[in-house]
Ligand binder design. Structure first.
Ligand SMILES: NC(=O)C1=CN([C@@H]2O[C@H](COP(=O)(O)OP(=O)(O)OC[C@H]3O[C@@H](n4cnc5c(N)ncnc54)[C@H](OP(=O)(O)O)[C@@H]3O)[C@@H](O)[C@H]2O)C=CC1
Ligand SMILES: O=C1CO[C@H](CO)[C@@H](O)[C@@H]1O
Length: 353
């Protein structure tokens, strides 16, 4: 019989609560919880019937019954806890942004390899069925027509053909907005430099992940403008990307003004519009010539965390990590690192070399 993987969660904040609910919806129970403020871990365990609460959350890393740890603490703390977990041979699913910079990410990936465990980012974009479907659609139609044997690689091609969805051709230009209004409140993580706040690591990571996932290669040209919050954290930014195939992306990010979370992926024969990414379950495809609209549905927005944990479990059980898109996580982290270096925006205690 297949082994049931035991999940432990580090942290009891917003996303940890969602994770516990998602595991329940998967028919599983969270095995363990640890938190800096112990009483909150006790309350959390009662709420979700968690079997184990650690007196000191560091015990989680050496508990022989824990298979996989979900890290849900602020960005600045990720690398320290990731190191501790990987050295103790625990698989790790770590919240975005996975580390502060590429140097930390390289170190963590090397540690995962050395200890023969999986280390991945809980990046919603990699796991939602909608994006998986759209990547297939783009891939099957990137030459501008569907190849006659395309359905051997792309199961859904017959459905697209039946629905009259055109082969979209090459991705040319991607436009992404993400704006979320957060107060300048130093009690939370959003603008606090000590907690690695700022728009890029909190929301830019989503926009960049979408951009990377629809581009053929990593962008090698990056331009930007930035405005800083009174705390020194990046409050809003405009970012332009281009890769060697001359595919371009434009990002507008703000952590102090609301914008629709909208993605437009323009291709030669039409465009795809996704509203409310990252947790999206619907997109509209508009044909360039006729203006005809096709609605594409896949998955359910409310199951976002479930999809992440299902892909992680599958990777642990099979050893096939392709769904975790670690290489794309690295590309996104390289772009974010490069941007912050250009902005001279270093977090307290952060190492760049
Ligand atoms: N995927 C998604 O949709 C979302 C992802 N996130 C990501 O999840 C992470 C956490 O965000 P969120 O849940 O909003 O954060 P919260 O502020 O709600 O919770 C943070 C948790 O981390 C703990 N913590 C804070 N500092 C430390 C520290 N120095 N050492 C140990 N534990 C610490 C807190 O413990 P205590 O109780 O003691 O304060 C708390 O349990 C971030 O990386 C964020 O980007 C966030 C929201 C949505
Ligand atoms: O990941 C997250 C989901 O989106 C929020 C903004 O709307 C972020 O602040 C949060 O960290």
């Amino acid at each position: 019989m297949e082994k049931n993987l035991n999940w432990a969660v580090l942290g009891t904040g917003v996303i940890a609560n969602e994770m516990a609910q998602a595991l329940k919806a998967m028919g599983k129970t969270l095995y363990a919880v640890g938190n800096r403020t112990h009483e909150k871990a006790v309350t959390f365990a009662e709420k979700y019937q968690v079997a184990k609460v650690y007196d000191d959350f560091h015990e989680m890393f050496t508990d022989p019954d824990v298979d996989v740890i979900y890290i849900t603490t602020p960005h600045n703390t990720h690398i320290g806890f990731v190191r501790e977990a990987l050295k103790n041979k625990k698989h790790v699913l770590c919240e975005k942004s996975i580390t502060l910079n590429s140097l930390e990410l390289e170190e963590a990936l090397a540690l995962a390899k050395e200890n023969d465990v999986i280390f991945a980012e809980a990046m919603t974009i990699w796991h939602m069925p909608l994006y998986k479907k759209l990547w297939e659609l783009i891939d099957a139609g990137k030459t501008g027509t569907y190849a006659s044997n395309a359905n051997e690689e792309h199961e859904e091609i017959a459905d697209w053909l039946a629905d009259g969805v055109p082969a979209l051709g090459k991705v040319q230009m991607i436009q992404l907005n993400f704006g979320s209004y957060k107060e300048y409140n130093m009690k939370n993580r959003f603008f606090n430099m000590d907690l690695a706040g700022g728009a890029l690591l909190d929301i830019g990571v989503y926009a960049l992940s979408i951009a990377r996932s629809f581009m053929e290669s990593k962008p090698d040209q990056v331009l930007s403008q930035v405005k800083f919050a009174p705390t020194g954290a990046d409050e809003q930014a405009g970012i332009l990307l281009m890769n060697k195939e001359a595919q371009m992306a434009t990002l507008a990010l703000s952590l102090h003004s609301k914008q629709p979370k909208r993605a437009v992926i323009s291709c030669e024969n039409g465009y795809i519009e996704i509203m409310e990414y990252p947790r999206a379950d619907q997109a509209v495809i508009v044909e360039a010539e006729s203006g005809v609209h096709h609605t594409v549905n896949a998955g359910e927005a409310k199951k976002a965390l479930q999809y992440e944990m299902e892909d992680m479990e599958q990777a642990i059980k099979t050893g096939d990590v392709h769904k975790l898109k670690i290489s794309d996580t690295k590309d996104v982290m390289d772009i974010m690192t490069d941007l912050r270096k250009k902005w001279n925006m270093k977090y307290p205690g952060e190492r760049w070399e």
